[in-house]
Design a protein around this ligand. Structure first.
Ligand code: ZN
Length: 146
C-alpha cells in the first residue's frame, strides 16, 4: 500500500466515524408518505426509514434505530445522498453502491460521490449487510407507500 492509499483510507475512516458520531437526518417524520423497517439479525442492526415523496422526488427523509458503526454511518450518508433528489436517481445509486460492495463494480467506475468512503467494506463480507441495510429499507419504503 502506498502512502497516498493509506492517507485516503484514513480519510474515509474519518468520514465514517463522523457520521456514526453525528448521524444526519436522524429521527422520524411525523407524516411520511412512505416508510419501511430493515433488520439485520446477524449483527443486531435495526433501522426505520421514513420519507416524504412528492412528484417522484424525495423531499425529506429520516432514519432511526440502532446498529453498528458501519450501519449507522451508511444510513446517514444515504440520507445525505438522496435528500432532495429524484426517486429514480436514488434507485440507480443504490444499485451502483450495492454492486461495488458485492464486487461486481469497481469503486472508481461507480460514481458514488461521498459514498465511496464505504467501498472498503467490500473486503469484509460479514459487514456488507450492515452497509446495505439502510438502502434496503429505503427501497422497500419506495416500493410500498404507507
Ligand atoms: Zn451491523
Amino acid at each position: 500500500m502506498n502512502a497516498q492509499t493509506a492517507a485516503e483510507l484514513d480519510l474515509y475512516q474519518d468520514v465514517v466515524m463522523d457520521h456514526k458520531r453525528a448521524p444526519r437526518h436522524f429521527g422520524t417524520l411525523a407524516a411520511p408518505t412512505h416508510q419501511a423497517r430493515g433488520r439485520n439479525p446477524s449483527c443486531g442492526d435495526d433501522l426505520q426509514v421514513t420519507l416524504q415523496v412528492a412528484q417522484e422526488r424525495i423531499e425529506d427523509i429520516r432514519f432511526s434505530g440502532q446498529g453498528c458503526a458501519i450501519c449507522i454511518a451508511s444510513a446517514s450518508m444515504m440520507t445525505e445522498a438522496v435528500h432532495g433528489g429524484d426517486v429514480a436517481l436514488a434507485r440507480q445509486l443504490q444499485q451502483r453502491f450495492r454492486a461495488v460492495l458485492t464486487g461486481e463494480l469497481e469503486p472508481e467506475a461507480a460514481h458514488l460521490g461521498k459514498l465511496v468512503s464505504l467501498a472498503g467494506v467490500r473486503r469484509y463480507p460479514g459487514r456488507i449487510k450492515c452497509a446495505l441495510l439502510g438502502w434496503h429499507a429505503l427501497m422497500h419504503a419506495l416500493d410500498d407507500p404507507s
